[in-house]
Design a protein around this ligand. Sequence first.
Ligand code: GDP
Length: 199
Amino acid sequence: MKIRSARIAMSAPTLVDAPDWDLSEFALIGRSNVGKSTLINLLSNQDGLAKVSATPGKTRLLNFFVMDEKWSLVDLPGYGFAKVAKSQQGLFTEAVADYLSQRVNLAFVFVLIDSRLTPQPIDLDFISWLSRTGKRFGLIFTKTDKQSPARTMANVGAIKAAVADVHPQPLPTFTSSSKSREGPREILGAIGEMLASGQ
Ligand code: GDP
């Protein structure tokens, strides 16, 4: 599946502001700076669709994109950034929690994880929470070009083992790199299959 058209539909501060439509939604979430905006641009084949923000955690909105006028990609605010006041420093915002636990249109959640890192408590805390919502989700390991394939494999293996402690069921996993442009074929293929099977 290749994206032929992609546009931002709206940015919602809370779940009640989310669009009233019947499109299936596929959400992306991860730590600030994990490469979420870059991946949205890569998936949509449209540089600049998601602004690649220089300030981690700047955007606190739920951003809804319409892909090929058929389905929606939802860019959720990154979690766990350091440059905010302590009072705002929850794992993620209420809007994100509401969206992930209540949104009827939500078909699948992609959790982005930096492939350069060993297992991070913040990612595991989030996955543990997400697992309890019962929503279907998978993992995308980003920035694989930043180290050797062997190092990527070792990190991915260690992270998957740690994830299995909080979510024992097998999870679809993907890798991505903006440099080698890897990822879109498999990720969009999985989305296409879910759309085709009406899941
Ligand atoms: P976001 O905060 O999750 O939206 O992250 P961004 O997409 O803004 O990316 C954060 C930084 O990582 C930027 O400097 C990107 O250019 C860089 N980056 C993102 N993805 C990749 C990748 O796959 N490979 C490399 N080498 N850099 C990346």
